[in-house]
Design a protein around this ligand. Structure first.
Ligand SMILES: Nc1ncnc2c1ncn2[C@@H]1O[C@H](COP(=O)(O)OP(=O)(O)OP(=O)(O)O)[C@@H](O)[C@H]1O
Ligand SMILES: [Mg+2]
Length: 220
C-alpha cells in the first residue's frame, strides 16, 4: 500500500531524510517515532506532496509520486486522510457539516453524504454530537471529528501527525484506541509521534527515526 524507496529530502544544505526505504502493507498500523527534528512530519508531508522528495520514489496505492502528473495531485490528496494535532475544524459550522464539507465540494449527493457522515461519526463514537459546534466540544471530541472527517473520504491511508499533541494522557490513549479500532476494521494507518506511551504494549509496528534515518524497528 505504501512504499518508500531510497527517499531523501533536503532543506537548503540540511539533510532531513536520508535514503529512507520501508513498506507498509494494506491494513497495517505503523507508528513512526523519534526525537524532535528527526523528520517524522516531513516523512508524512512527502506522502501527500505537501513537500516533494528530492530523491527516490514513494508509492501510495497506484500513485507513483516521482512520476505523478500535476493533474493527479488532487486525487492523491483525496486518497490520503490527514489527522493533525491542531484540529483545523471550522467553528462556525456543525460537526456534521465539518465532516461533510469535502464531500459537498466533490459534489457527492446529499442523501449519500448523510449516510457517509453518520457512519463516520459512528465509527469514532460521536454520532450524538452531529449537530454540535466544534467550540462546544472537548479536545478529544474535536480530534474525533477530525478523524471522522479523514475517514469520510474513504482514503487509502490515514496519516496522523502527533494526533494527541494537544490532549491530556487519558484522552490521548482514547484517541489512539479509536485509530486502532479503525485499523481493526481494515484501515491502513501511519502515526507519527514522539510519545512512546501511545504505542507501548500495543504490539504494533514501530519505526524509529533519528536524524533523518530509520535507525530501528520494534514491536510497541
Ligand atoms: N519547511 C522547512 N524548511 C526548512 N527546514 C525544515 C522545514 N520543515 C522542517 N525542516 C527541518 O527538518 C527537520 C525535520 O523536521 P520535522 O518537522 O520533519 O521533524 P519532526 O520529527 O516532525 O519533529 P517534531 O517532533 O518536533 O515534530 C528539522 O531539522 C526541521 O528544522
Ligand atoms: Mg513533527
Amino acid at each position: 500500500m505504501i512504499i518508500f524507496q531510497n527517499v531523501s529530502k533536503y532543506y537548503d544544505n540540511q539533510t532531513v531524510l536520508k535514503n529512507i526505504t520501508f513498506t507498509v502493507q494494506k491494513g497495517e498500523i505503523t507508528f513512526i517515532t523519534g526525537p524532535s527534528g528527526a523528520g517524522k512530519s516531513t516523512l508524512l508531508k512527502l506522502m501527500y506532496l505537501a513537500e516533494s522528495p528530492d530523491e527516490g520514489d514513494i508509492v501510495i496505492g497506484d500513485f507513483h509520486l516521482a512520476s505523478l502528473k500535476e493533474a493527479q495531485i488532487p486525487y492523491l490528496r483525496r486518497s490520503v486522510g490527514v489527522v493533525f494535532q491542531d484540529f483545523k475544524l471550522i467553528n462556525s459550522i456543525t460537526v456534521f457539516d465539518n465532516v461533510a464539507l469535502s464531500l459537498r465540494i466533490r459534489g457527492v449527493k446529499e442523501r449519500e453524504i448523510r449516510d457517509i457522515v453518520s457512519n463516520a461519526l459512528k465509527k469514532v463514537h460521536i454520532r450524538h454530537l452531529s449537530d454540535s459546534y466544534p467550540t462546544s466540544l472537548s479536545g478529544g471530541e474535536q480530534q474525533r471529528v477530525v478523524i471522522a472527517r479523514a475517514i469520510a473520504a474513504e482514503p487509502l491511508v490515514i496519516l496522523a501527525d502527533e494526533p494527541t499533541g494537544n490532549l491530556d494522557p487519558n484522552t490521548s490513549i482514547d484517541i489512539i484506541r479509536v485509530l486502532r479500532e479503525l485499523n481493526a476494521q481494515g484501515a491502513t494507518i501511519l502515526i507519527a509521534t514522539h510519545n512512546r506511551e501511545l504505542f507501548r504494549g500495543t504490539g504494533n509496528r514501530v519505526l524509529k527515526l533519528d536524524g533523518g534515518n530509520i535507525v530501528g524497528e520494534e514491536a510497541g
